[in-house]
Design a protein around this ligand. Structure first.
Ligand SMILES: *Cc1c(COP(=O)(O)O)cnc(C)c1O
Length: 217
């Protein structure tokens, strides 16, 4: 598929849905990809990337950051509390704020550092037991708790259930964001980013459609 085609499809979806050109941020998800593929996408001018694992990101991004000015790194994988400190050193955005213990620790670190990354609350829109994210029934309460901790939130994030039609999940996330006065919507991946843009996504997280299939071997 490739970067240019994905950018073209995002631009077309913006136009088709009356969205301003450039209003959707493409996060190129580079987890587990061979370095030459990531470097090719950096060389093509992409600067916003997503990673799932703190350790993997720490191993590869400091060097690329030094060589490619303007890189913006987004944490999109589950975040363990004991990885928070290195995560804050690496990432410009965290999409997986999903529980009070993490919010409390994050608030302390943000105060100590005097800087806060962009923050998205992950909502488990399908209420799947195996999946991370705050469930929709307690999302409003959790968002209020983040504000009480002085955390400034950019928006909400979701990963719809594997086999489900994603649209109702995207619309649920949009409704949750709207009633909490949040404008950021991190939703849509390789298979469904156009549907997500139609539903109001501001950030799409696209991996395999840009870089090719991931090999975990
Ligand atoms: C891996 C991952 C993606 C990218 O998935 P693709 O299907 O390869 O586009 C997006 N979001 C999250 C949270 C991921 O873990």
């Amino acid at each position: 598929m490739g970067l240019d085609q994905i950018k073209g499809r995002i631009a077309a979806a913006e136009t088709a849905n009356g969205r301003a050109p450039g209003s959707v941020t493409l996060i190129a998800v580079s987890k587990v990809q061979p370095p030459d593929r990531v470097q090719a996408v950096l060389d093509a001018g992409q600067r916003v990337f997503g990673e799932n694992y703190v350790q993997e990101a720490a191993g590869k991004w400091p060097d690329w950051r030094a060589r490619y000015p303007g890189v913006e790194l987004h944490m999109i994988g589950p975040l363990q509390t004991n990885k928070l400190k290195p995560a804050l050193e690496l990432f410009d955005a965290i999409h997986t704020l999903d529980r009070p213990s993490l919010a409390q620790k994050l608030a302390r670190q943000v105060q100590a550092r005097g800087a806060c990354p962009q923050l998205f609350v992950q909502v488990n829109t399908g209420a799947e037991p195996q999946k991370a994210g705050i469930t929709p029934d307690v999302a409003d309460e959790f968002i209020a708790e983040c504000w009480a901790l002085d955390l400034s939130l950019t928006g909400l994030m979701c990963i719809p259930p594997d086999e489900a039609d994603p649209l109702p999940h995207f619309l649920l996330l949009r409704a949750l964001a709207a009633r909490n006065g949040l404008t950021g919507l991190s939703m849509g991946m390789s298979a469904d980013f156009e549907t997500a843009i139609a539903a109001g996504a501001t950030h799409v997280r696209v991996g395999s459609a840009i870089f090719g299939q991931r090999s975990y071997a």
